[in-house]
Design a protein around this ligand. Structure first.
Ligand code: SAM
Ligand code: SF4
Length: 329
């Protein structure tokens, strides 16, 4: 069993399968994208599977595939199928922008995917195109419908709230849960990724942040009731509008620390174990996996480095090279 120095059990692995993405969300990447890692630097399918096998032997039960955009990985279905067949892995989920989900939902479900999180920051067609720099919101709706059809549930929506961009949509987004069994989670924007200028018509960096407390205040008319059994065991504080089918959650990486319950480890596309989204320490196991060496000690080292908590603001300058798409947000 993986236990970190602060007694937390580590049973959840987030894997950034690729640094590639078919969108360029303003808060995540610059318009021109980030320097792409050569494919030779990224783990192959066999290598990823070997890393997850070691993780599973150490007690990891749940795996989330992210990126970049995991659905642009050329072997995504095979990866899901092989990871979900590993002994002790109870759940394989995926976070996606849904541009390719209509095509992949059923094959992924057939391969063993259990759940899906979809990123959706607005209900407005044009705003969606502007935020994602070219994405089509219709494809998200088609992807959601395909995911429901394939019984990929519970379906979660991730919404990054940015002042002056989508704060006015909080009520309409929350209202989605009244008619759909969807679990929407509002996230505070993090100063990771593209925290510079986003161009004309977007708020300046210092004006973007909205705390979860302020989000909750904006939703006070809904009489949100705390959920006694949150969906999944992620970092969201979860509520329900009375009689709604779905729930409304709030994730606060900056304002309210969720570190005390952190059960996760991350694996980057280029084979580094990272014990915290924010703290830059990484342990590379790529050479070891390529040379057929045992991998347990790399996990032991990474877990030993897991910080008690992060200081998001202080940590940023320490890690200017890696964007969210490379770490796996
Ligand atoms: N491409 C997939 C997607 O967008 O769902 C998976 C990778 S993306 C990096 C994972 C999540 O990170 C998305 O929900 C995205 O909204 C979130 N994210 C990216 N940059 C962020 C930032 N600066 N602050 C908060 N969330 C961010
Ligand atoms: Fe791509 Fe996801 Fe980043 Fe948007 S948030 S640019 S979809 S990796």
């Amino acid at each position: 069993m993986f236990i970190d120095p602060f007694g937390r059990t580590i049973d959840y692995l987030r894997i950034s399968l690729t640094d590639r993405c078919n969108l360029r969300c303003v808060y995540c990447m610059p318009q021109e994208g980030l320097r792409r890692q050569p494919r030779s630097e990224q783990l192959t399918v066999n290598e990823i599977v070997r890393v997850v096998e070691t993780a599973a032997q150490g007690g990891v039960k749940r795996v989330r595939l992210t990126g970049g955009e995991p659905l642009v990985h050329p072997h995504i279905v095979e990866i899901v199928q092989r990871i979900s067949s590993i002994q002790n892995i109870e759940e394989v989920s995926l976070t996606t922008n849904a541009m390719l989900l209509e095509r992949f939902a059923q094959p992924l479900a057939d391969a063993g995917l259990t759940r899906i999180n979809i990123s959706l920051d607005t209900l407005d067609v044009d705003k969606f195109k502007r935020i994602t720099r070219g994405g089509e919101i219709d494809r998200v709706w088609q992807g959601i419908s395909a995911a429901e059809h394939a019984h990929l549930s519970p379906l979660k929506l991730n919404t990054v709230i940015v002042r002056g961009l989508n704060t006015d949509e909080l009520p309409a987004l929350a209202r989605l849960t009244m008619e759909h069994a969807w679990h929407i989670r509002f996230l505070e924007i993090m100063p990771i990724g593209n925290s510079g200028d986003w161009g004309n018509g977007f708020p300046a960096p210092q004006n973007r942040y909205v705390s979860v407390q302020e989000m909750r205040d904006q939703l006070s008319r809904f009489d949100l009731q705390p959920e006694s059994t949150p969906i999944g065991n992620g970092p969201a504080r979860t509520f329900r509008i009375p009689n709604a089918l779905g729930t409304v959650g709030f994730i606060s990486p900056l304002g309210e620390h969720f570190c005390q319950n952190c059960n996760r480890l991350r694996l980057t596309a280029d084979g580094r174990l990272r014990s915290c989204l924010v703290i830059a320490n990484e342990i590379s196991l790529r050479d070891a996996v390529r040379n057929g060496k045992p991998l347990e000690e790399y996990f032991t080292q990474a877990i030993a480095q897991k910080p008690k908590q992060h200081d998001m603001m202080a940590a940023i300058p320490a890690d200017p090279q890696r964007g969210m798409s490379q770490i796996g947000g």
